[in-house]
Unconditional design. Sequence first.
Lengths: 280, 91
Amino acid sequence: MDLLSKKVLTINLNKKSYEVANFNDLHKYVGGVGLGLKLLHVHEEKDPLILSIGPLNGFFPFASKTSIVLNDEGVVEDLYMGGSLSTRMTFTGLDAIVFLGGLETPTVVSITNSSVEFNLELEQIHSLGLPGKRSTIEAAGEKVMLDKEFTSEGYILENKMKNKNMAGLVITGTEAYTPAHFSKYQEAYKTVLARSNDLTLGASNKPSCSGCPLGCEKSRYGEIGGNVLVHSLVACQFAEKVYADINTTFSCLNTLGYNYTHEDLENLPKLIEETLKAIG
Amino acid sequence: MNALKILKVRSQQSCNGCELCVFEAQRQLQKVGLEGSLVRIFKNKSEENKRLEFYVELDPHIHSLDVEKICNICPKQVFEISEEEADGFTI
């Protein structure tokens, strides 16, 4: 876990090639939608599809969403999927995955930590990756389905994956971390978890996103748009009361060893606005 | 002989897949991640089953951890703890 840069896996679908690199200059975008929009800007000529997570995913409760940024026929969209995807991405060690161009034929892309495989046997999708440590996205049907349960708003992601001939995506993460200030991290974790009542939705009997005890009525459907600080972290919008609080967020980041300042977080919405304006 | 606290899965079908138990067990080992976890959650949704189902698997070494914390963090009361006499050979 590099606390001063962002680790990005860039996959060229046309060439079936990939590279992993750390970028210090992306650190200020924090993660999630901020990081996703900057990467969209960098690669905008190559029709990028970007999955990104924030620094709190996998570490703190309610930070349970993965940001998906793409250009949908001239409109920049930010979608958020729940389920287990964001924790699996955290444990790959990657902050973002960028898919450029498209595949020649329908193919399943399987990512394990920083390595990528391209699999043409679509029916084998559930044998790829490691059970218990993977998230599986199927895109062959009408709706994109994550672990056969969770999906995203509308048909934006569906259209993009179909255009790219991505029939599926399997992400497996096997890395483990020890936070920099472990006892303070434990305290911060307990404090955040105790704020379940601050969520704007209650518990239900639906499957939960990883790291969220509620299993709310909305977990299945994901989100579109919303608070950019919360979605840079990447927390659920229903936990906005918890993570839009700069002091809570700053404290959580600090226990993990990040050197972000209050000003960095306060200036993030402006930085994102400027990035969005720069996208052609 | 001391009483040994045994963590058991009481209500598998209640599991909502939040994985708080997995992360609690890992934090007790001073790590965050899924690798080497003494609690694992598997999921399955067959064509016949409309609902995503979760299966909890406990490693025998789980009793080296504070099992009460693992039991108590579950929002769905999936676990229970029973007390058994320790025979001196139990892990």
